[in-house]
Write a protein of this length. Structure first.
Length: 163
């Protein structure tokens, strides 16, 4: 092992400063390793001056505001992604039902399959909903979700019924 200001172990390749060395040697966290070094060498440190000058990230209002904004943006992105996933799955099912259950003659129009009728009734609206969520601005997405959250949840419920 080579030791000057930093150490390097030729056996395992570990390197670092004295705190890293004590941390690895005794299996301690870096803070506990620094405390052990001060205790072993009787070094007295007045840390009361340092704790008042370092602002905590958790209590910094700017950091909290940025974190809250990030969390809101992330939650909206996840909801939009989930809604689009459900809407696309439902749209694919509707397209399948539209071709699979289409009547083969005019006489069968009076006795259409209910899934064919559902596909004709809902396909245009689902396409519109997908477009609104995909191409709308952030504010338009928020407004859309506020106004159509119930219908999005109904689509999710309907998908569970169809599967």
């Amino acid at each position: 092992m080579k030791v000057d200001i930093r150490y390097y172990c030729f056996g395992c390749g570990a390197k670092g400063d004295v705190v890293d060395f004590v941390s690895r040697l005794y299996g301690l966290s870096p803070l506990d390793a620094a405390k052990k070094i001060t205790a072993d060498f009787n070094v007295i440190i007045d840390d009361s001056n340092y704790s008042n000058h370092i602002p905590s990230r958790a209590t910094n209002p700017v950091t909290l505001q940025k974190n809250n904004a990030y969390q809101l943006k992330r939650a909206l992105d996840l909801y939009v992604r989930d809604a689009l996933f459900s809407l696309h799955n439902y749209r694919e099912k509707l397209l399948t039902y539209k071709t699979q259950y289409a009547p083969s003659s005019i006489e069968e129009l009076d006795t259409c399959h209910p899934l064919f009728e559902e596909s004709l009734k809902n396909l245009g609206k689902i396409d519109w909903m997908i477009d609104e969520l995909t191409f709308g601005s952030r504010d338009e997405q928020i407004t859309f979700i506020t106004n159509y959250k119930g219908e999005i949840e109904h689509v999710k419920y309907r998908l569970t019924e169809l599967n």
